[in-house]
Design a protein around this ligand. Structure first.
Ligand code: PLP
Length: 377
């Protein structure tokens, strides 16, 4: 089955009992048992729920994974995966992972004894140098947020295989439509499904998939024990959102490409971060089908930044990304405010950096909205 068909018919297709073409919302917390202690397939909805199971099976199919799990947020998915490790273990993370990921590792898990080193993952040598005897995993994002740095997934996969480490990839920016890390050596793939998978800015959710039944059993134990599960209504919203993933991603990619071309001609833009402009992108053609819908760019000064943002009529100033509507943000003051100033500066997250999540509106309207031609600064 081709991917575009799989997103519509993968997982559990419809409802076998009634013939309904969509998976119903099983709004129930518990299930009748015929004899005490002999539950049927479902027992209690923290452990499993049919609507959530359909979503979990679908994301596993889309990422080419053994098992999938749905959580109440991307951070709940990341935190549950981090609970696979114990006090005294060490992990290596990309130094520009999402600010919330950095925060939960630095402020929550390190208090519980998990050690970490943050390195620039774009050069595998950095990862090799950070390896310790107690290193158990490498966790990266590519493209990274918000400076769109690219990491070669296959190269890191070779290191983790050789050293018997878990390889965790946050695939939120690309989705399995554009990038499938498991085919390149990842053991665990995580999503903030709040973003492109949901696609409509109407649900907060997280997904994680694993490459083996054994890892699946461990993560299910954590999901059921900790209980940060996704409810049936939100699971259904994600099932609905994912059906149009291919169409939406193509449009996000095309619109972003057109906006980048336009930004390249604007005198007030000093730098553009976009995977398609990265000199290394040629060697990573195998890893990503297209460049996605995220752009970040630097402008000359804060006056220009304030003028652009103050002038917007269509694009919304808001956190988050990946919805059908375009969203703009200032990472240093919003999504990455929790990253220490010194690290922000090292990563190139300046006060004049703007991040744009390009929606699927008519691109001419988006360009008009961003234009400050004729406005006095
Ligand atoms: C790459 C990435 N991973 C994880 C998260 C966290 O996801 P959530 O906000 O759904 O908890 C985000 C949120 O912006 C993100 O951008």
């Amino acid at each position: 089955m081709k991917f575009d068909t799989l997103i519509i018919h993968g997982g559990i297709d419809g409802d076998a009992g009634t013939g309904a073409v969509t998976v119903p919302i099983y709004q129930t917390s518990t299930y009748r048992q015929s004899k005490a202690g002999q539950p049927g397939e479902y027992e209690y909805s923290r452990t499993a729920n049919p609507t959530r199971s359909a979503l979990e099976k679908l994301i596993a199919d889309l990422e080419g994974a053994a098992k999938g799990f749905a959580f109440s947020s991307g951070m709940a998915a990341i935190s549950s995966v981090l609970m696979l490790f114990k006090a005294g273990d060490h992990i290596i993370i990309g130094d520009d992972v999402y600010g919330g990921t950095y925060r939960v590792v630095d402020k929550v898990f390190s208090q519980l004894g998990l050690q970490y080193t943050a390195v620039d993952s774009t050069d595998p040598e950095n990862l090799k140098k950070a390896l310790q005897e107690n290193t158990r995993a490498i966790m990266i994002e590519t493209p990274s947020n918000p400076t769109m740095k690219l990491t070669n997934i296959k190269e890191i996969g070779k290191i983790t295989k050789e050293k018997e480490l878990l390889f965790i990839v946050d695939n939120t920016f690309m989705t399995p439509y554009l990038q499938r890390p498991m085919e390149l050596g990842a053991d665990i793939v995580i999503h903030s499904a709040t973003k492109y998978l949901g696609g409509h800015s109407d649900v907060v959710a997280g997904l994680a998939v694993v490459s083996s039944q054994e890892l699946g059993d461990k993560l299910h134990f954590i999901q059921n024990s900790v209980g940060a599960i996704l409810g049936p209504q939100d699971s259904w919203l994600l099932l609905k959102g994912i059906k149009t993933l291919a169409l939406r991603m193509d449009r996000h990619c095309d619109n972003a490409r057109a906006i980048v071309s336009w930004l390249q001609e604007q005198s007030w833009v000093t730098k553009i971060h976009y995977p398609g402009l990265n000199p290394r992108v040629g060697s990573l053609k195998e890893q990503m089908k297209d460049y996605g819908g995220m752009i970040s760019f630097e402008v000359k000064n804060e006056a220009v930044l304030n003028t652009i943002i103050g002038n917007l009529k269509i694009i919304t100033l808001a956190e988050s990304l990946g919805g059908i509507e375009s969203l703009i943000s200032v990472p240093a003051k919003m999504t990455h405010a929790s990253v220490p100033l010194e690290l922000r500066q090292r990563l190139g997250i300046s006060d004049t950096l703007i991040r744009l999540s390009v929606g699927i509106e008519a691109v001419e309207d988006l360009i008009k909205d961003l234009s400050i031609e004729g406005i006095l600064i």
